[in-house]
Write a protein that binds this ligand. Sequence first.
Ligand code: ZN
Length: 383
Amino acid sequence: MVTRREFTAGVGAGIAAAGFPNLAQARSYNGPNVILIRFGGGVRRYETIDETGTYAPYMRKVLAKRGTLIPNLMIDQLAGGNTSHAEGTLNLLTGRYEAYRDAGSKFLQDRLEPTEPTLFEYLRHTYNIPSHQALLINGEDRPQEEFFTYGIHGHYGIDFRSEMLSLHRFKLYKFARILEGGGLTDEARIAAENSYAELLAADARDIVPEQSPEIQTMWARWREHYGDDGLKNPRGDRLLTELALWAIRDLNPKLMMINYQDPDYVHWGNASHYTRAIAIIDDGIRRVVEAVDANERYRNNTVIVITPDCGRDANPLMSVQYQHHFNSRSSHEVWAMVVGPGVSRNRIYDRQVDQTAIASTLAEVMGVPAARSEGDVLSGLFG
Ligand SMILES: [Zn+2]
């Protein structure tokens, strides 16, 4: 491992040579785009990065040739806290362990908010990047993940938040427009009012401030494309892929995190739900990479990191397999794949790496001082 200073002198120079001037002090951002793909919720190495066991053949056998695979990423056993989805995601975004607290919502369990700055906040604190270009893409049934858009650390916070794309957010937009539009029968108006009130009640932070005009413009197009019946748009993790593709096309995000989640359905005990969900994420990754390759603003100018939130148990004697809350070793065993300009190609990174290194390394790639991150900078990925 190297210090940040050494990294900036060495790898920073490498990135500059690859076409990214080092403008860490400038207000406008000229660094690479970053797409952080959470291969959630909770996957084991065997079904993802093991060449014989993988259900993600595009990622493991095609995309891996374009980048570096870190097979031995670990969630620290002592400092890692609960090995679960919100926790792992916030480890990735803050570069620290247990940098979160219970947000105290009365509506949903499992609501954590970061107590340290996230990558989104570091980025927008340093550069003049509008909120719709720092994006979090979340699943429909996880409004609690909106808490990840900013932390409560004093120097950062809501002014530097990311925005979120999700079906929940779209429906908030849609019912607000329906009610504004008027011309409804009493019955239709009451139904729309009730739906809107329910969405607001489940919303993590009461949509303050409003979704930005750019996001609302995208939702207007989405509504026109898919209609109001909610039946035509893709569901589950396919929906997250679709939102990511629309974002790349319409919003030009500089930092985007896609929070895939559907392998977590294995909590219900059916292993085929788990392996099928992995295959669907693999297909999503392929489509995102193809969109990057086809887009002038992203091609050769985008660092993609794919990494799980947490692992899963490997004990075949458990009555319900594939859980992840019991602090077993394999629930701490994750991995990462890194692809992009300056990243070594077709390489396996053979050292053990800590999960907190992801935030520190991405901050360095973006030229952002992530002062509170505790992870190592993986300069060895580059060059
Ligand atoms: Zn879970």
